[in-house]
Ligand binder design. Structure first.
Ligand SMILES: Cc1ncc(COP(=O)(O)O)c(C=O)c1O
Length: 387
């Protein structure tokens, strides 16, 4: 008889299970599926990155273990990128840690900071790893704060804190809402965390998927942030390197040291050839060709978002095109039913409930398919009976 640990049983049911089963059945029947579900860019990584990967594969030592904290050259590149991109100076040795994707770091930071029975504050709707991979799997309790106003901003005056509350997760540009945050709101969040002795885990995974004149800030630009904050980012969305699994945590020395300590017991780091490719990516970020390619990709994403907004409006679903991310968050009344109906037409979207109770009425579309496929999805959606 196999018994799972209590913490595994406390994980909520896997909300995608039904959906995956339905999707599999349709694929088996030969249905042409258009996936606007997962947030995985359809653009390839820029060529300079794949070339760097190929070259580093044959470098002596590239097949050996790395370290869980990451190679010096990678941490130096992260520190240099923070300096040029955000004007933030960090020490690559004590204030930067490599991650096997930022999801890994977001999950492991719970092990660093939460005792059984402690509480972590997290946004609803929000990326599920904060509540589940990080908090529940650390035997702690997720406590949500609502992002239900029009701009999906936190109202910290309504957040209850007690002496078991240790962490606050925040994510802008936001998955799933696409909302962004203004610097003064970040300032008040840092102040709140310092006042209540909370660690601020700031998830900036979409910092470079921004449109028009909007530039996503780093929490580390805020005065006093290094006393309480750690920021997570990754090469996944910046450079379309999702499958490479390379990210980074930057910030407070004690949190970074704790993260390194946890990771030494769990992993041996991203492969060195991946860290080399990521180093090239970060070093070349400001290079003319690479930045032109990134801007072009962002322009395409924004056009797709705008045309999806327009197409949804034509079938009676009102939503706003976001200033950042490749997600469109739409109130459809009952997200789960809508997604099920959509699936019958061969279109996959994510039910908002996957991001918390506040998402129950919503659906999240990810515009990570070609414009032609998105238009095809819209054509199919016109067949939906929305009465
Ligand atoms: C908000 C947010 N944070 C973090 C991640 C994790 O990304 P990765 O582990 O690829 O860096 C994702 C992935 O979709 C995300 O949406």
């Amino acid at each position: 008889m196999i018994n799972y640990a209590d913490r595994l049983q406390r994980l909520p049911p896997y909300i995608f299970a039904d959906l995956e089963k339905l999707q599999d059945d349709l694929v088996k029947k030969g249905v042409d599926i258009i996936s606007l579900g997962i947030g995985d860019p359809d653009f390839p990584p820029p060529r300079i990155i794949t070339e760097s990967l190929k070259n580093s594969l044959t470098e002596p030592g590239s097949s050996n273990y790395s370290t869980s904290a990451g190679e010096d050259y990678f941490r130096n590149a992260v520190a240099e990128w923070y300096k040029r991109r955000f004007n933030v100076i960090v020490d690559p040795t004590s204030e930067v840690c490599a991650l096997i994707g930022s999801k890994e770091g977001l999950a492991n930071v719970g092990r660093v900071l939460l005792n059984p029975g402690d509480k972590a504050l997290l946004p609803d709707p929000g990326y599920p790893v904060y509540a589940q991979g990080s908090t529940i799997l650390s035997d702690a309790t997720p406590v949500i704060f609502n992002l239900t106003d029009d701009a999906f901003q936190p109202d910290l005056s309504k957040v209850q804190v007690d002496d078991r509350t240790k962490l606050l997760f925040l994510n802008y540009p936001s998955n799933p809402t696409g909302a962004t945050i203004a610097k003064d709101k970040l300032e008040s969040t840092v102040e709140f965390c310092r006042k209540h002795n909370l660690v601020l885990c700031y998830d900036n995974a979409y910092s470079e998927i921004c449109f028009g004149s909007y530039q996503s800030p780093s929490v580390l630009q805020i005065n006093g942030a290094t006393e309480c904050a750690v920021e997570f980012n990754s090469c996944s969305k910046i450079f379309n390197m999702t499958g490479y699994r390379i990210g980074f945590a930057v910030g407070n020395k004690k949190i970074i040291a704790g993260l390194k300590k946890v990771k030494t017991q769990i992993d041996s780091g991203s492969p060195k050839f991946v860290q080399r490719a990521a180093t090239t990516a970060l070093n070349e970020y400001f290079d003319f060709d690479l930045s032109t390619e990134r801007k072009m990709n962002n322009k395409i994403l924004k056009e797709r978002l705008d045309s999806l907004v327009q197409g949804l409006r034509e079938i009676g679903i009102e939503t706003k095109s976001p200033n950042a991310t490749f997600y469109l968050w739409a109130n459809v009344g009952d997200g789960a039913t809508f997604v099920r109906e959509l699936l019958k037409l061969g279109v996959v979207a994510t039910p908002g409930r996957a991001f918390g109770l506040n998402g129950a009425k919503h659906v999240r579309f990810s515009v990570t398919q070609s414009t032609t496929r998105i238009n095809e999805a819209l054509q199919r959606m016109r067949r939906l009976d929305l009465r």
